[in-house]
Design a protein. Structure first.
Length: 509
């Protein structure tokens, strides 16, 4: 008699789900920086994956017991539950991760205010300050804009209050209780408010602060959940944002940014830039000093016109370069640069590297990825490139002088430069290019474990010196014979001259 196969994992699955969710909220009690609702909103599709895995295991177990009747894959109640889970998870992701709800930066403390109404009020204040003031401001929820003005002698602030409450009366009551002040303390000017002392510790209050300050103002600004903008200031600027973007433009002085999320934009800085933490996209342009970036950034990093040293230290890349007159773009799997005028050093993992128009020494170590280098001028400094898996292509001007040590252990090599000092070996497990070309010059060392090495002559035959060089390398042409003659033809990828013999066959009259 056939029975039902009763080995089911549904109850175990939901029990483990409850344990996992409870553990997340329990862990927050010991680590307040953890945000359970953000974790759930981001990883809720794992519930469907694990649920499906448990169903698959049940199916395989049923197949192993053909004498018993397997249960249906999904019951009607489970289909309804799956649809509800999809709807709830999508709405939760939109609310917590993707929707700013009027520029409101959400975390788990704000989730209880989602269904309240939003009310907006505006407050203003001003404060006379001494020359070259130092402004200190902390905003838990909201954006901060600071603009320097040449005609400004004090600090003027406009505060936009966004309050979530059940009614207009409740919101207006909170707005009336909000107090703002700019207090001089130990030579600093502190922008203060009392939101933390209000009901629910001010979690339902969002403050966007816009300030006009004297040009010679230095700042210390912290936004826990919000964006920061400073513009038109002379002096050092220290910016901290945990869940928001940071932007600094037209600054004379040091710009120091610490962040744990969001985008970063820095433009027109007469001074140096220091960026620490993690985040998304980074864009730095027109910096007269050094640029130092420490941390991991998941988006695209773009640098342009950095007059001095550019340093990048992350879990995957350690890079130092001098004087970037062009542009450098870095993504997870690639690095592309133009106008690298000074020495360039990088140790990285799994990146395709392209440098067009470099002018100085290069040191490149890459684990996996193709490397394409194009020199703007004949090399005068050493070039060293090592790759475990990837092709290396180096393009040099035709008038270059250099010493070469190039080895591909499990690939192939070729070069457009030839002469008595160059020895190319194609046979064996380590094809190589060794020797020197021209009148000495710097050492070029290229090596790859699995990949090809190509050394390309830029513009073959385009200069008179290249033509003379090709003519001097031709073997003497033998006297013309009645039965055959020698001709010159171009062969190979770079159009090198090779000698071929054309045989004349006598024809009958």
């Amino acid at each position: 008699m056939n029975g039902y196969y009763t080995y089911r994992r549904g109850s175990i699955f939901w029990a483990l789900t409850l344990i996992a969710v409870g553990a997340i909220f329990l862990y927050q009690n010991f680590n307040p920086s953890i945000h359970p609702w953000q974790i759930i909103a981001k990883f809720w599709p794992l519930l469907i994956i694990f649920w499906g895995a448990s169903k698959l295991i049940d199916y395989l177990q049923a197949q192993a017991h053909p004498d018993k009747v397997a249960p249906p894959l999904f019951s009607a109640s489970e289909v309804v539950l799956l649809l509800l889970l999809l709807v709830f998870g999508t709405i939760l992701s939109k609310i917590v991760l993707h929707s700013d709800w009027g520029n409101w930066h959400w975390n788990d403390e704000d989730f209880g205010n989602v269904f309240n109404n939003s009310y907006t009020y505006t407050a203003t204040l001003s404060q006379a300050v001494k020359p070259q003031p130092h402004l200190v401001l902390v905003d838990r929820r909201g954006d901060v804009d600071v603009h320097g003005a040449a005609d400004q002698t004090g600090i003027e602030a406009v505060v936009k209050e966004t309050i979530r409450a059940d009614s207009d009366q409740d919101a207006k009551k909170l707005s009336d209780q909000l107090k703002f002040s700019i207090v001089e303390q130990a030579g600093h000017y502190l922008f203060q408010n009392n939101a933390d002392s209000l009901p629910d510790s001010g979690n339902n209050i969002h403050l966007s602060i816009s300030l006009r300050v004297p040009v010679a103002t230095t700042t210390e600004i912290t936004c826990e959940q919000g964006d920061i903008l400073v513009d038109g200031l002379k002096g050092d600027q220290n910016l901290v944002t945990n869940h928001g973007d940071a932007r600094a433009t037209n600054v004379e002085g040091l710009v120091r940014i610490k962040k744990s999320g969001g985008d970063t934009e820095v433009r027109q800085v007469k001074g140096s830039v220091e960026l620490d933490g993690r985040g998304q996209d980074v864009q730095v342009e027109n910096v007269s000093g050094t640029v130092t970036v420490n941390g991991d950034y998941e988006g695209t990093m773009q640098f342009q016109d950095v007059a001095q040293t550019l340093r990048l230290n992350s879990s995957r890349t350690d890079m130092t370069m001098q004087k970037l007159s062009g542009r450098l773009s870095i993504e997870v799997g690639s690095l592309d640069g133009t106008g690298v005028d000074g020495p360039f050093e990088i140790t990285t993992k799994a990146k395709d590297i392209t440098l067009d128009g470099f002018k100085h020494a290069l040191t490149i170590n890459d684990t996996t990825g193709d490397i394409n280098l194009h020199a703007a001028v004949p090399p005068t400094h050493p070039i060293s490139v090592e790759s475990k898996k990837g092709d290396i292509e180096l393009t040099l001007p035709s008038g270059s002088n250099f010493q070469i040590e190039a080895v591909s252990h499990h690939g192939e090599v070729d070069t457009d430069f030839s002469g008595p000092g160059i020895k190319v070996t194609h046979e064996g497990e380590a094809p190589s290019i060794m020797g020197s070309y021209g009148k000495g010059g710097p050492l070029i060392r290229l090596g790859t474990e699995y990949g090809a090495i190509h050394i390309v002559r830029q513009g073959p035959g385009s200069s008179e010196s290249a033509k003379k060089e090709q003519t001097s390398l031709r073997p003497p042409v033998p006297p013309a014979a009645s039965a055959s003659e020698w001709r010159w033809a171009r062969a190979g990828r770079a159009g090198r001259l090779v000698r071929v013999r054309h045989v004349r066959v006598p024809m009958a009259d």
